[in-house]
Design a protein around this ligand. Structure first.
Ligand code: SF4
Ligand code: SF4
Length: 488
């Protein structure tokens, strides 16, 4: 099959050997789980339970709200111990609402859980089941999968791409999932194909995962509409836009989606979760997480209940060899630095990476030497040095004019910069600041509209009162005139 090359990209050290050959371990249930109500892009879910409630595994803990949202389910059976604001698994260290579940040892599934034959479901029904199961993009994007499926019904999707790229260093959770559970992943791919009514599916896997490629080829051998494609191992191959370009030669327009050009991408972990939801009626309550980095005693892939603290997961992996120089959720290129080990694993957690002192560069940034390496490495064709210069001078709109919104935050520019300028951090900061400004603007606009509506309502009431008084006066005058006539 003909493949296409995207511009830029890098070949970072993989660091995958420590985990790729070991089977997925299943973690015993911790005493407490901390389940955030927002683990997805969109509105937070709204709690359905109260402190003291007994819940079964898979029971709805919080329902979705609004068009873009996802429900949250109990990862095991137990009792609701607390519902409060707790530290979010986010570098900001801000808090989010979480349900604390004190687990019992029964791990008892909800009785009403039933499987469904996907071949009897319409495309809309598949999307509804996926939505009810709380499935979100498992590659880390966390966009609600049902919304993505419904969107694709509006666009004519010709081709489905299943993302088995996993180009981030250290991460091997998708690799192990494909090696060990390929039949289930392929079944999930068939269900998605049916839901989006595409003609064919391509499962794209980087060529540094030969065992996963072999397992997936074996599992989809019977299906003429599903093909496994081996793509070059080059970061950021797992980025949706770059994977689409590699396998189709098509470029997603700036600010657009794959669906705009008839292509839909789902992650292999999402396909597996969809299989679990439709075939077994199981909502998303656990996921495979790579636990790695030089500070971890026994790096491996672990099936972790959603809500387990990073501390509990790390302890299951033998604990720490040393205090991590950096604790990340996700890989070292696009992952986020965690504020503490107490934060929980969420649906989008692909990795818990505890880097040792040796693995972290502490070199201070020096002035830009205008070498252009960042421009050559950028897979989105941007000018990182120019965008960074604008951001440094607080001219965020200037950075937007140079394509800030198209930056996929892959970190290739920072990786190659000989001056060690943390370019991607500038871009993440600027995007966050622009989003906050947009929110503030939206709020001010909303307040102004509310004030206007209030003024209009007051004026209307005043006018109604005036008209009523006038009417009363006219009627009174009429009555007085009539009485006078009677007297005459
Ligand atoms: S790679 Fe670094 S030093 Fe080179 S042009 Fe870009 S920002 Fe400047
Ligand atoms: S982080 Fe943004 S600017 Fe830097 S290489 Fe990636 S896409 Fe380009």
């Amino acid at each position: 099959m003909k493949l296409f090359r995207f511009r830029g990209g890098i070949h970072p050290e993989g660091h995958k050997l420590a985990t790729t050959a070991k089977p997925i371990a299943v973690m015993p249930m911790p005493k407490y789980l901390y389940v955030p109500l927002q683990q997805h892009i969109g509105a937070p879910a709204e709690s359905e339970v109260k402190i003291g409630d007994q819940v079964a595994k898979g029971q709805l803990l919080a329902h979705s709200q609004g068009m873009v949202s996802a429900p949250v389910h109990a990862p095991t059976s137990g009792i609701v111990n607390n519902i409060s604001e707790m530290t979010a698994p986010h570098p900001s260290g801000l808090s989010v609402r979480m349900i604390t579940l004190e687990t019992n040892s029964e791990d008892q599934w909800l009785n009403s859980i039933t499987s469904t034959d996907p071949l009897r479901l319409t495309a809309e029904e598949v999307a509804a089941h996926v939505g009810a199961a709380g499935i979100v993009g498992m590659g880390g994007a966390t966009f609600p999968s049902a919304v993505k499926l419904k969107l694709s019904l509006r666009h004519k999707i010709k081709q489905l791409i299943i993302n088995g790229g996993e180009c981030e260093p250290y991460l091997t959770c998708d690799d192990r999932l494909m090696q060990e559970r390929s039949d289930q992943v392929v079944d999930g791919v068939r269900i998605i194909l049916r839901a989006v009514q595409a003609e064919k599916a391509l499962i794209a896997i980087e060529n540094n995962k030969p065992e996963a490629i072999a397992a997936m080829q074996k599992s989809c051998g019977h299906y003429a509409d599903i093909t496994v494609v081996s793509v070059p191992a080059r970061y950021p191959m797992g980025s949706e836009k770059h994977l689409i370009q590699t396998v189709t030669g098509l470029e997603v327009p700036a600010g657009g989606l794959g669906a705009d050009i008839g292509v839909l991408v789902h992650n292999v972990g999402t396909a597996y979760a969809i299989h679990q939801a439709i075939r077994h009626g199981r909502p998303l309550v656990s996921r495979v997480v790579t636990v790695g980095g030089g500070a971890i005693q026994e790096p491996q892939n672990v099936e972790v209940p959603i809500g387990a603290s990073l501390r509990d997961v790390i302890e299951f992996c033998g604990g720490l060899k040393e205090t991590p120089a950096r604790l990340l959720m996700g890989g070292p290129m696009m992952g986020q630095v965690m504020p503490s080990m107490q934060v929980p694993v969420v649906k989008g957690t692909s990795g818990i990476i505890a880097l040792s002192e040796q693995e972290v560069s502490h070199q201070a940034a020096t002035p830009c030497i205008r070498c252009g390496s960042c421009v050559d490495a950028c897979p989105c064709g941007l000018l990182p040095l120019t965008m960074a210069a604008h951001i440094r001078s607080n001219k965020l709109e200037g950075a937007v004019d140079f394509g800030l919104i198209d930056c996929v935050a892959c970190g290739c520019c920072s990786y190659v910069c000989p001056a060690h300028i943390p370019l991607v951090q500038y871009f993440n900061y600027a995007k966050g600041e622009l989003a906050a400004r947009q929110q503030r603007k939206h709020k001010t606009e909303e307040t102004r509209k509310l004030a206007e509506l209030r003024q209009q309502r007051i004026a209307k009431e005043k006018e109604a009162k005036r008209l009523a008084a006038e009417k009363r006066r006219t009627e009174k005058a009429k009555r007085e005139t009539a009485t006078q006539h009677d007297d005459d």
